[in-house]
Design a protein around this ligand. Sequence first.
Ligand SMILES: Nc1ncnc2c1ncn2[C@@H]1O[C@H](COP(=O)(O)OP(=O)(O)OP(=O)(O)O)[C@@H](O)[C@H]1O
Ligand SMILES: [Mg+2]
Length: 516
Amino acid sequence: MDNFLVMKDITKVYDNGCMANDHVNFSARQGEIHAICGENGAGKSTLMKMLFGIEQPDEGTITIKGKTVNLSSPTRAIEEGIGMVHQHFMLVPSLTVAENVVLGIEPTSGLHFDMNKAIEMTEEVCKKYNFNINPRARVMDISVGMKQKVEIVKALVKGCEILILDEPTAVLTPQETAELFQQLRALRESGKTIIFISHKLNEVKELCDRVTVIRKGKTIDTFDTAGVTEADISRAMVGVDILLEVEKEPAQPKENVLVVKDLGVYNEAGKKVVKGVSFSVRSGEIVGIAGVEGNGQRELIDAITGLHVYSEGSIKMLDKEVSSENIKGLRKLGMVHVPEDRMTMGIAPKMSIKENMIADKIDDPRYVGRILNKPKEIKEDTDRWIEEFKVLCENGEEQINSLSGGNIQKVVVAREFTSYNRLLVCDQPTRGIDIGASEFIRQKLVEMRDEGKAVLLISADLGEIMNLSDSLLVMHGGEIVAYITDMEHLTEDELGYYMLGVKRMTPEEIGGALHA
Ligand SMILES: Nc1ncnc2c1ncn2[C@@H]1O[C@H](COP(=O)(O)OP(=O)(O)OP(=O)(O)O)[C@@H](O)[C@H]1O
Ligand SMILES: [Mg+2]
């Protein structure tokens, strides 16, 4: 049915005057997977928030199966058969999976919440759609991939016919993505309509039947994905051709900046999750870390950046033991960190863009005098960074909360890249960031490398990590199983074998990662 869902001439102006949608037209068929693509701030999430009743359009109509609907709240949207998995998850961490799934439609027996029934409801949907999750687990204890399944199940339990996924794969590993795609295809088979927002054009090509491109709040066109290339889609998004790979000269590494030796780290449950890890990152090189989530990378990075204590071995930043420094001390040494979870660790949501960018520089005499801040310098520099990092906003005074997801991430990246640094620890630096701005960030990383910075890069984007890294460590089961220096001949398949633990190098080969 071609007019299953029709959003016609939708216009949305936010209170601050930002016209996020300008007469957008979008329609979806029953039983299709339909992508929405566009740059950061193009208006994708806004359009979907209106479909899910979180925001109200100023103009335009929404019809489902030919009937005009008034989606005045998410409750109404759910009644009309719409479900949404948000760009930033909305689960309650302290509750169990089942409790989260039935949130809003809690089953009761007598006056009390009926936990058994909640578990039963969760299990029933999991079984029907082949989702493997534990309804009794606490959300705070489960992986990101699991959390996302919980969000989908939560929508399915409420009987949704239209499922909106806002950048669902940004946080997933390749394996989790493959699993998600299988599940989404099965949902399509069962007649569900899936709206899929993503910056990863290869995934759009692989998964989606059609794609609608939005640019600066306006619909550009809708295409059958089979009939267009990734380059066609990106041209429609941006209006010009863009480079898809960063060019770089071979690295010229110099002295060690970070030295990790025989490191052992235990998680909260007392399990050893990093085992005998040794490597160094030198000035003038980008060292990548690849691995399937949950193989110790998280804890390794947390230990390096001073967020997690380690009991065995040592981590030295410019000859200083990391465990004897606090976060401020590490920053003084020149360690900056683009964290994976930018929404909880990266920003102060109620503060302005400017304040967020300057937050870690309050000791810098350029910005702070003996008594007062120096507003002119702060404004000058933050304005320049906003432009350089392509942060789409009215001005630096705007509250960071009102930015689109990708633009919030750019603020965090800008803040870290512009701080005093000798070592950059970048955890998924381009996640959720559109291709144009990703290109800029990658280019910038290479530039900083060439200026003699040491870069440690963690990325679930295999294309990115293979393109940028001068050498690559692969983690599996808490250990380094490969140290790859011949990046030119590395294939994605081979990397996959190391990541899955099917293949590993000899201890001698891996030992090369530590440049003593
Ligand atoms: N609550 C809000 N208040 C004011 N302006 C907003 C608000 N939410 C979004 N905007 C603005 O509306 C525009 C569209 O934002 P939206 O979140 O829809 O973009 P997006 O296409 O989803 O981008 P991304 O790829 O970065 O997630 C942006 O310019 C953004 O700054
Ligand atoms: Mg968005």
